[in-house]
Design a protein around this ligand. Structure first.
Ligand SMILES: Cc1cc2nc3c(=O)[nH]c(=O)nc-3n(C[C@H](O)[C@H](O)[C@H](O)COP(=O)(O)OP(=O)(O)OC[C@H]3O[C@@H](n4cnc5c(N)ncnc54)[C@H](O)[C@@H]3O)c2cc1C
Length: 255
């Protein structure tokens, strides 16, 4: 990798998410060379991914150039690269654009969606951890609406307009709420000849409440909000499988 020679210690940070960016900023006054490596040249503001998935925001509203965020740091270098291997004996990071030696290494590569070991759901469901994944949800949603608008068969139309979200944590609740807002305020105007009641939003949660880690008050308020909006809540329900067509619940029901 082409970087200036330095007598300073080199800190390599893999990942320019919240963690990598905060650390790079904290190191600004230390006599070190900071090299941030990320497979994207933009930072993703994940809390608003659901807005991109539902068309409320454009992708560039939540994807910001990493170089701009860190432009005031004099000791900072960014490289767009995917890390493929780390050699701790030689203190080297290997990437698709070459290798780089380090004195200190920080791995801040984030997390992956947890499917709780369910490979069928992993293969067939959509995830929402990156901008491309959020755009996939948005594209599928709009493609389904276009198909439904031209579909004579009621069952097929209902299937195209059926949205199932597994997990009523913050992400699932936000996404269900955003779909419900589209159903109420946007789609009736855009698809005037569709019966919008054929669109259903189902939210599945293994616990007996929505937003299980939050306070009872927040949870009850979110539940009321979703129910008032017509979201079908399936609490105390584990989704056992999804084959790309049918969602199978542990109580034997299928959607
Ligand atoms: C839909 C959603 C909503 C959320 N809402 C909230 C919220 O409201 N409030 C809240 O506090 N938190 C929220 N979170 C959680 C929060 O976004 C994460 O905790 C946070 O992004 C984690 O930061 P991180 O730096 O550890 O990882 P990330 O932000 O995931 O960053 C990891 C970086 O590493 C890079 N990377 C990964 N592998 C490699 C590789 N091999 N080579 C090079 N680069 C690599 C990635 O491109 C990425 O830029 C939400 C998360 C999601 C998915």
């Amino acid at each position: 990798m082409n970087l200036p020679e330095t007598t300073k210690k080199r800190v390599v940070i893999i990942g320019a998410g919240f963690a990598g960016i905060s650390l790079a900023k904290k190191l600004r006054k230390l006599p070190v060379q900071v090299v941030v490596i990320d497979k994207h040249n933009y930072h993703t503001f994940q809390p608003l991914l659901y807005q991109v998935s539902t068309g409320g925001l454009e992708p560039d509203s939540i994807a910001y150039p990493i170089r701009k965020i860190l432009k005031r740091l004099h000791n900072f270098y960014f490289r767009l690269a995917t890390v493929t291997k780390i050699n701790p004996e030689l203190k080297e990071v290997h990437t698709d654009i070459g290798k780089i030696p380090y004195d200190y290494l920080v791995i801040a590569t984030g997390t992956r969606t947890n499917y709780f070991g369910n490979t069928e759901i992993k293969e067939n469901a959509m995830s929402m951890k990156s901008v491309p994944q959020a755009l996939n949800i948005r594209s599928l949603m709009l493609q389904n609406f276009e198909l439904a608008d031209n579909c004579k068969d009621l069952e097929e139309r209902k299937s195209l307009l059926n949205f199932c979200i597994i997990g009523a944590g913050p992400t699932g609740v936000e996404l269900a709420g955003a779909f419900a807002e589209l159903k109420k305020h946007v789609f009736p105007k855009d698809y005037r000849h569709l019966n919008i009641d054929e669109m259903e939003i189902h939210l599945f949660e293994g616990a007996g409440v929505v937003l299980p880690p939050m306070s009872a008050k927040a949870s009850a308020k979110a539940r009321k909000f979703l129910e008032d909006f017509g979201v079908h809540l399936h609490l105390n329900t584990i989704v056992k499988g999804y084959n790309g067509d049918l969602v199978k619940m542990d109580n034997g029901q299928e959607i």
